[in-house]
Design a protein around this ligand. Structure first.
Ligand code: XAI
Ligand code: MG
Length: 557
């Protein structure tokens, strides 16, 4: 089989190229072997990425064992938790595209034969998938793995995680927690390297890499500090060599069937709402575009089987102990909800289900007979505020708030909304509206974990709803509806809401309704002016000009 890398290695004209490769220390014996890019996002700032050097060493060992030649290449990453609630969060979603671009440049630039991607946190996983789909060579993903959860003093009681701190800040402000208690959680809720230990965005995306078929079983749930993850990484290095030999490329795996299976798993295990943005973008990049209606249909037909933080008290490690994503896939396969025409890096899906998927334990991973709910954990909404769609993690909403009507409290930025919540100006019954935080208007569609945590921390999540054209963290819980499309900066109806208007957030019925006459809305639209761009240089300026709406995955057109 002709290797892609032959174009930089074969013949007299490639003597300069071989000379440079020999400057890398490549021997004549290695020259004829497949060249594999090990695309690694290791850095010192993201706790989920500080161990990726160990993962990369294991991946390279696996590639060598299987007769390949690995070349490690670095890329960037943003820690959403550290970027939260300040200027930095404008760059988080933007970095997804930067990472995709960097992968495309690095892998195409050197004509690699295969690719192993080593992400872990929120935007790095989808960024690498988007880049890999553009390059379309044999590819395997192996992430850094989830962080262990924290524990209460004395080690008993509910586990803790990053959300304990975000909620805790609100509780201290409301006098529901002491600063000493918060200081204890600050020291203990994030006890190891790894991605934050609930079913937040990073873990959702790493679990979905298994459902898409581009990662080995266990990728989403084997803890970062377990030696099993080192063995998983070695097997990932060996697996990519197998795919190179068979010429099985990522787009042979990530197709309509795989995307459909990923959406089913997402609904079943209650992934972050950010997965809707990322899987929609991934489907577009894979040439099998999906729409909000596809999410709606999946939500209606897929039972909610796994309830982890923030939807319930269990940390992700509980799913690991009962078989991880394969247990969820096995149950969905039994229910006939998976497209068995899919191919995975392990082989055809039917064999994968038979060989790799244990029985659901019935408690952590429930069965179709006793789901948490017959409908999926995520819910799409429309209505006259969100004609192109909006999304909520219904599984994390108290049943008392599945349909709420109240006065709109309107803010044109996250900062303004936080000041009002922290100032005690938001009261039971209110509907907080945060706008001009969309993909273009933000720009960068910031995550609103701080305002949603402030509402929860003050005990208002059973009486206050929040809607935004921004998005939410995977750790967000409560009646928080995001991705409202079209966004305010594009003239969406959310821009026309006035302070005090009556708004209904109907999560059960799937509609966001502004109770204002069509004539009044027409008058307001007439008077509306698009906002001036917030940046006239740099990556945010470029992004604001090129990004699509959230219902299209906030893709760069
Ligand atoms: C900080 C978190 C938990 O990573 C959040 O950004 C998410 O999206 O899950
Ligand atoms: Mg995030």
């Amino acid at each position: 089989m002709e290797l892609r890398s032959e174009q930089i290695k074969q013949g007299v004209a490639r003597a300069p190229h071989r000379s440079l490769l020999k400057a890398d220390g490549i021997t004549d014996e290695e020259m004829g072997r497949p060249f594999i890019a090990v695309f690694n996002a290791r850095n010192d700032i993201i706790p989920g990425h500080t161990n990726l050097d160990k993962i990369a060493e294991a991946v390279k060992a696996g590639i060598y064992m299987a007769g390949g030649v690995p070349f490690e290449i670095s890329t960037i990453g943003v820690c959403d938790g550290i970027a939260m609630n300040h200027e930095g969060m404008h760059y988080s979603l933007v970095s997804r595209e930067t990472i995709a671009d960097s992968l495309e440049c690095a892998v195409q630039g050197h004509a690699f034969d295969g690719l192993v991607c080593i992400p872990n946190c929120d935007k790095i996983v989808p960024g690498m998938i988007l880049g890999a789909l553009r390059v379309n060579i044999p590819t395997v993903f192996v992430s850094g793995g989830p962080m262990l959860p924290g524990v209460q003093p004395g080690g008993c009681g509910p586990t803790t995680d990053l959300n304990t701190l975000f909620d805790g800040a609100g509780k201290v402000a409301a006098g529901l927690m002491t600063e000493e208690e918060l200081a204890y959680f600050e020291d203990t809720a994030c006890p190891t390297c790894g991605s934050c230990s609930g079913m937040f965005t990073a873990n959702s995306m790493n679990c979905l890499c298994e459902a898409l078929g581009i990662a080995l079983p266990g990728n989403g749930t084997i803890p970062a500090v377990y030696s099993e993850r080192i063995r998983l990484a070695k097997h990932a290095g060996m697996k990519v060599m197998e795919l190179v030999q068979k010429d099985v490329r990522i787009r042979d795996i990530v197709n309509g069937a795989a995307v459909s299976n990923a959406i089913e798993c997402d609904m079943a295990f209650g992934g972050s709402t950010n997965t809707v943005l990322h899987l929609t973008a991934i489907a577009h990049a894979a040439g099998c575009p999906i729409a909000m209606d596809d999410w709606d249909a999946a939500s209606a037909r897929t039972p909610h089987l796994v309830k982890l933080q923030p939807a319930g008290p269990r940390p992700l490690i509980d799913l690991y102990h009962v078989g991880g994503v394969p247990a969820v896939m096995g149950e969905l396969g039994k229910l006939g909800l998976l497209d068995e025409g899919a191919l995975t890096c392990m082989g055809p899906l039917p064999a994968y289900l038979a060989d790799c998927c244990p029985e659901a334990d019935g408690e952590v991973c429930r069965t179709g007979e006793n789901p948490y709910s017959a409908a999926g954990a995520l819910r799409v909404l429309h209505g006259n505020i969100a004609p192109d769609g909006a999304i909520v993690k219904k599984a994390a909403v108290d049943s008392s708030m599945l349909c709420h009507t109240g006065p709109a409290r309107v803010f044109d930025s996250e900062e303004e909304a936080c000041a009002a919540i922290d100032g005690g100006c938001i009261v039971a019954g209110d509907v907080v509206v945060i706008r001009y935080e969309g993909p273009k208007g933000g720009p960068g569609m910031r995550e609103m974990l701080t305002p949603t945590s402030a509402i929860c921390g003050r005990g208002l999540s059973t009486s206050v709803a929040l809607i935004t054209d921004g998005r939410f963290s995977g750790a967000t819980k409560g009646p928080a509806v995001g991705h409202v499309s079209p966004e305010a900066a594009a003239g969406g109806p959310i821009a026309l809401i006035c302070e005090g208007d009556t708004v209904t957030v109907d999560i059960e019925g799937g509609a966001l309704t502004l109770h204002v006459s069509d004539e009044e809305l027409a008058r307001r639209r007439e008077a509306w002016e698009p906002p001036a761009p917030k940046h006239d240089y740099g990556v945010l300026s470029k992004y604001a000009k090129l990004v699509s709406s959230a219902d299209k995955g906030a893709i760069i057109l």
